[in-house]
Design a protein around this ligand. Structure first.
Ligand SMILES: Nc1nc2c(ncn2[C@@H]2O[C@H](COP(=O)(O)OP(=O)(O)OP(=O)(O)O)[C@@H](O)[C@H]2O)c(=O)[nH]1
Length: 307
């Protein structure tokens, strides 16, 4: 933290320390210590406390704000205020010779300068905040329109997957291939009608978690639509993709999902289609392979040709 602070506000820190040090050197070189009977402990505590708090404010600003005009104005404003408070505090210890009483007379001058500087800083801070809010609103709009993740499962969205597949296509060649898997939960509609949306959402989340647990760190899963997921397997050959597809299918088949509070479990089956980037030109071709294969698998299942 301190390293970051010094890096960001080096000049401000040097100036702040310099001013304070200069004030101390000046006052101590001119003044002489009062006798203990002249010192008022309650005044020292009160004035010292305020001076210390103004110094803490300076440090807090340096730690929490980025470098820039507002930070500079705030720090210098507080520094002037601090110098006034410091001179006030030093008055409690020191007595100045008659030809230097100007020090006491001028101790209150830095404070109003500091107040003016801080007022200007607050004005700019206000404008800065309006600008930041506008930028945040724009960014929020961007994220809402280009949502990267799926609200129900927490997986990446289909839109994000499109861009990732496009990138893989751009970098793939004969030696670097990738595969896509499409996972579809069988008879999900029946489950939704029987148990309702909330439990169906939970099932989707659990299947999504299961998919993630069965993937490698380089793979990427998204919720494509409804009960369909797409998985991108980078640098993967057909044989490996078949293996992963089999592992996923086995894992989903074994999921003992319990929609109610009792122990009764509902098992689900999944259909998985596979597309290889080899000999494929673009994203649409890949989706076409996945969807047409999926349609055949579903048809075979509905006609009882597949277990
Ligand atoms: N709870 C919930 N249901 C969803 C969501 N998205 C889609 N659905 C429901 O999922 C069901 C999907 O139905 P189908 O596409 O016929 O899926 P299926 O019953 O598995 O049929 P096949 O895919 O042909 O095996 C529909 O009832 C949708 O309303 C969601 O985010 N949450």
């Amino acid at each position: 933290m301190s390293f970051q602070l010094i890096k960001l506000h080096r000049q401000l820190l040097i100036n702040t320390c310099g001013f304070i040090l200069l004030t101390l050197i000046l006052t101590f070189s001119i003044g002489s210590f009062k006798s203990t009977s002249q010192i008022e402990i309650s005044d020292i505590l009160g004035e010292g406390g305020i001076a210390l708090i103004s110094l803490i404010w300076i440090i807090a600003i340096l730690i929490s704000r980025p470098a820039g005009r507002v930070t500079r104005l705030l720090v210098y404003g507080l520094l002037f205020l601090h110098i006034s408070l410091l001179l006030d505090l030093l008055d409690e210890f020191l007595i100045y010779p008659a030809n230097h009483t100007w020090l006491t007379a001028y101790e209150s001058i830095p404070a109003p300068i500091g107040m003016i500087l801080m007022s200007i800083a607050l004005y700019h801070w206000h404008n800065e905040q309006i600008m930041l809010n506008q930028q945040l609103q724009n960014r929020e709009r961007y994220y809402r329109e280009h949502a990267l993740s799926d609200y129900v499962t927490g997986l990446y969205s289909a839109q994000y997957m499109h861009t990732q597949i496009q990138m893989e296509l751009a970098r793939s060649n004969n030696s670097s291939r990738f595969c896509l898997l499409m996972v579809d939960v069988d008879n999900f509609d029946y489950f939704v009608r029987q148990f309702g949306d909330t439990k169906a959402d939970r099932l989707l989340r659990e299947i999504a978690n299961l998919i993630l647990m069965n993937l490698r760190t380089t793979d990427l899963a998204c919720r494509y639509s409804g009960d369909r997921f797409i998985i991108l397997l980078p640098d993967t050959h057909y044989g490996e993709a078949i293996q992963i597809s089999y592992q996923l299918e086995t894992a989903i088949n074994a999921l003992a999902f319990k929609p109610e509070k009792n122990a009764q479990a509902f098992y689900h089956r999944a259909s998985i289609s596979l597309a290889d980037s080899k000999n494929v030109e673009n994203l649409n071709d890949l989706y076409h392979v996945l969807n047409s294969q999926m349609a055949i698998i579903k048809q075979d299942k509905s006609q009882g040709r597949v277990a």
